[in-house]
Design a protein around this ligand. Structure first.
Ligand SMILES: Cc1ncc(COP(=O)(O)O)c(C=O)c1O
Ligand SMILES: N[C@@H](CCCC[NH3+])C(=O)O
Length: 463
């Protein structure tokens, strides 16, 4: 590995351009436990280890780029959520964050339920052995075929997202001689403090049926009339990567308001409410996420209080965390290919992956951290932009972060907190091969999603 000195790269805070970053960390070698999974540490040689294995041996065996998922951390987070919500509530892991057969088995073993939002996720869940009654089926435009498969399989609930879907699911269930448990997804009108593309409970977006204008009450009226449906509750999901519990509390308050209206109008007390997912995680040391027990307490306090005030029986609560379970458990390991200092600006550090394995930076202007992990370094901090190898100037993995100034081709760098919405949103842009997901636990590493090959790409190309 060659270590070249860089000409004229910016290194000091006093020459830094405007950007996302805060001041350089006092110790660039420190792996902040806030953003790294629980078993990550550095060994005596300064190499990152996870689950007892070093980044260098992992890179040698599995190649780069690759996602390494800390199985012990994943399971611990599942347990933390289940314990925080207790036996009177249900935790549904949101499979869209990252789903594979191994993940389904871990969830099943840890007693969690599973939220799926496509035929593909449903198939993965069922095929890997998740009992159908522990599956919730979501989506704003499920096809008739998907609905039929879900009803036939006996999923525990289908979350209805439109007036058309209320009728569609009722007809399909009835034609199969079934009565399908359903919830109605409502839009509570909360502006979640997050990126516009991942906020989902304000009025002007595609999900759910609005509480405003009595639309949701009308949806309940219709669903209660249809024989093919058993309406078990109301669902709300306000958005994603949210740190503040107040949005969830407003949502809970408004959903309980609807339950009261339903009781008053129909004499029916709906037994469940689902308050969705969306709890934020730490992508950088500046983020301070809430713990599952804090959110569990905030939600159950408000639901209990409001139901008592309304004279309602307290419904069973469910939640759907995705990112908060899997996000912090994985990192992406890259090899540095080129280092290009731009005088007066920043240094571009190119890695062997990019927007095809992490689209979140380009899509949401997401922030990430990055560390040199194949060694430590005493070199001074260098403002860096970690970029990929795609034909786009927006192909940025980490917009602004500090790496040691001697980072060089051949070094391994890692981006933490990439467990959620990275592999699941990965693409083949520029015919990139999607990286593997390797589960690491107790000194053993196991591929749970293999690396794509060029044969995989060509297999689909049948012209
Ligand atoms: C209905 C629903 N539930 C749960 C989630 C999971 O969200 P998160 O991964 O932010 O917890 C999402 C995604 O935002 C969603 O749309
Ligand atoms: N994919 C988004 C979150 C949306 C989740 C689905 N409603 C992200 O990476 O943050």
């Amino acid at each position: 590995m060659s270590r070249s000195a860089h000409p004229a790269g910016p290194r000091h805070a006093d020459v830094l351009p405007e950007g996302h970053y805060s001041a350089p960390p006092s110790d660039l070698n420190r792996l902040d436990e806030k953003v790294w999974s629980r078993t990550v540490t550095r060994n005596d040689d300064g190499v990152l280890t996870v689950g007892g294995l070093t980044a260098t041996e992992l890179a040698e065996e599995f190649g780069t780029p690759a996602y390494f998922l800390d199985e012990a951390d994943f399971r611990a987070r599942c347990r933390a959520w289940a314990e925080a919500f207790g036996k009177d509530a249900d935790v549904f892991y949101a499979g869209k964050a990252f789903l594979s057969r191994a993940v389904v088995r871990w969830l099943e073993e840890e007693g969690l339920n599973l939220d799926v939002c496509s035929g593909g996720e449903l198939t993965t869940a069922l095929e890997a052995g998740m009992p159908a009654e522990r599956i919730a089926f979501h989506g704003n435009n499920k096809s008739a075929g998907e609905i039929e498969r879900a009803v036939r399989a006996g999923v525990g609930r289908i979350v209805l997202d439109s007036f058309q879907e209320i009728v569609r699911v009722a007809h399909i269930a009835q034609s199969l001689g079934k009565r399908q448990k359903v919830q109605i997804r409502v839009t509570v009108g909360v502006e979640a403090h997050t990126h516009e593309f991942i906020a989902t409970a304000h009025e002007d977006q595609k999900f759910g049926i609005a509480l405003a204008g009595g639309e949701a009450a009308e949806a309940v009226r219709r669903a209660l009339r249809l024989d093919g449906l058993e309406l078990i509750g109301i669902h709300s999901h306000i958005g994603s990567q949210i740190f503040d519990t107040s949005g969830f509390e407003v949502a809970a308050h408004r959903v309980v308001g609807l339950l009261k209206q339903v009781r008053d109008e129909h004499g029916v007390e709906l037994p469940e409410i689902d308050l969705g997912g969306g709890l934020g995680i730490a992508y950088t040391s500046d983020d301070d996420p809430r713990e599952p027990h804090e959110i569990a307490k905030a939600l159950s306090d408000i639901v209990t209080r409001e139901c008592e005030a309304a004279g309602l029986r307290t419904p069973r609560i469910s939640v759907e965390p995705g990112r908060a379970i899997v996000g912090p458990t994985a990192f992406t390991l890259y090899e540095v290919g080129t280092v290009k200092p731009l005088a007066g600006l920043r240094t571009y550090v190119s890695v062997d992956g990019g927007m095809s394995d992490n689209i979140r930076t380009a899509l949401y202007d997401a922030e990430y951290s990055v560390s040199l992990v194949s060694r430590t370094s005493d070199a001074e901090p260098m403002l860096s932009r970690v970029v990929g190898k795609h034909c786009e100037s927006g192909d940025i993995v980490v917009k602004d972060a500090f790496l040691p100034a001697d980072v060089a081709p051949g070094d391994l760098i890692a981006v933490p907190a990439t467990g959620a919405y990275c592999r699941s949103m990965a693409s083949n842009y520029n015919h990139a091969l999607r990286p593997p997901v390797v589960a690491v636990r107790d000194g053993e590493a196991r591929v749970i999603v293999r690396r794509e090959t060029e044969e995989d790409l060509l297999r689909l190309d049948v012209g």
